[in-house]
Design a protein around this ligand. Structure first.
Ligand code: G6P
Length: 367
């Protein structure tokens, strides 16, 4: 099996490095000659124009993609979005209408709860779209419409490239919906596509920073608790960063919306507790930074993830990682990469089974 890893020590590290290609391939399938084409999904412009509400349903990291996408869709398309865990959605009676688009996101296309949620949404009369990686999987077959991500086979239990392919697919969908609903101009569409087109190469540049993350992970290998905080899209990034850390390093970690800290979590901060702040959204930057400082004054050790140019972060944050700038809507694709690497190297430093963490499965077909 060593050969299949292409010289990488683990599948997870290989798949982290395959992200530029996964994102590029997915983009190329959805954008042709500078135009977004969803033809293969069967979704027409007319159908998208009619959508008045979007419900996103998924599990695990795919749910985190939904959490990130809601901000992008709300902001660009101006329709209400709700994001639900499939294991909750299926047992609730959330009303839907024919102009509700229910999007089920799933790498495997076989997750039992996501499949059940899809069936419930169909029964209730919603229009359904599956965003799926595995071709011909059950969720892909049963949805009214299917958009395939082209991440290729993913072996490591902790998802990386499939998550990134899902994110970019959802970004393209948001831009397309905003365009057909005339919420953005053709010039804006061109600008967004230009930004999206640069993402694969920019992910490559973040990967070049891996030695710094490797070094930092060796310092935190014996930490007991990590808190990831952020607001808005940065909160969604925090959720996935925290999951990458805990699922493979077995270090307890939680993600909180930064503004909620003072309503309970801050009592958990002790001397040297690691607090990782995600600071990519200009309008939320000062707010989250001040929440980080509240933690620091109670003893926390601070790491920050921000965009190039925000060098003032270093005045107060102990360790900072910079990612290239892009349109703020799309920054999750870049900001998640250092957090994937941090989880990966922490697991390696602790001598754990990176690709097959205990108690977890790649595809969960039980309820
Ligand atoms: C499992 C995997 C996660 C994944 C989740 C949803 O728990 O370990 O990485 O995010 O299932 O899987 P899906 O195939 O539906 O995306």
């Amino acid at each position: 099996a060593a050969a299949e890893k292409d010289g990488y020590e683990h599948f997870m590290l290989k798949e982290i490095h395959e992200q530029p290609k996964a994102v590029r391939d997915t983009l190329n399938s959805l954008v042709k000659d500078g135009k977004i084409t969803l033809e293969e999904t069967g979704l027409t412009d007319d159908m998208l124009r009619q959508v008045s509400r979007v419900d996103i349903v998924a599990c695990g990291s795919a749910w985190h993609v939904g959490m990130a996408s809601q901000y992008v869709i709300e902001d660009l398309v101006k329709v209400p979005v709700r994001v639900e865990l499939a294991s909750e959605y299926r047992y609730r009676s959330i009303p839907v209408a024919p102009d509700t688009l229910v999007i089920v996101i799933s790498q495997s296309g076989e997750t039992a709860d996501s499949l059940a949620a899809l069936r419930v949404a169909k029964e209730r009369g919603a229009m359904t779209l599956a965003v799926v990686n595995v071709i011909g999987s059950t969720i892909a077959r049963e949805a009214d419409h299917t958009l395939y991500t082209l991440a290729g086979p993913e072996i490591a239990v902790a998802t990386t490239k499939a998550y990134s392919a899902q994110l970019i697919a959802m970004d393209v969908l948001a831009v397309k919906m905003a365009a057909v609903k005339e919420q953005i101009t053709e010039e804006q569409v061109a600008g967004f596509l230009e930004a999206l087109n640069a993402i694969p190469e920019q992910i490559g540049r973040v990967l070049e920073e891996k030695q710094r993350l490797q070094w930092f992970s060796s310092k935190i290998a014996n930490t007991h608790d990590i808190f990831f905080i952020g607001r808005g899209l940065d909160y969604a990034i925090s959720l996935e960063g925290s999951l990458k850390m805990k699922e493979i390093s077995y270090i307890h970690s939680e993600a909180y919306a930064a503004g909620e800290l003072k309503h309970g979590t801050i009592s958990l901060i002790e001397q040297n507790t690691l607090v990782i702040g995600v600071l990519t959204q200009g309008s939320l930057f000062e707010k989250t930074l001040s929440n980080m400082l509240e933690c620091k004054s109670r003893g926390a050790y601070l790491m920050g993830v921000t965009t190039n140019g925000n060098f003032s972060v270093e005045d107060s944050v102990n360790f900072t990682v910079y990612v290239p700038k892009t349109d703020e809507h799309f920054i999750a694709s870049l900001a998640i990469v250092p957090l994937q690497l941090l989880g990966y190297y922490t697991s390696v430093n602790r001598g754990l089974d990176v690709d097959k963490p205990r108690n977890l499965a790649k595809s969960v077909t039980v309820e």
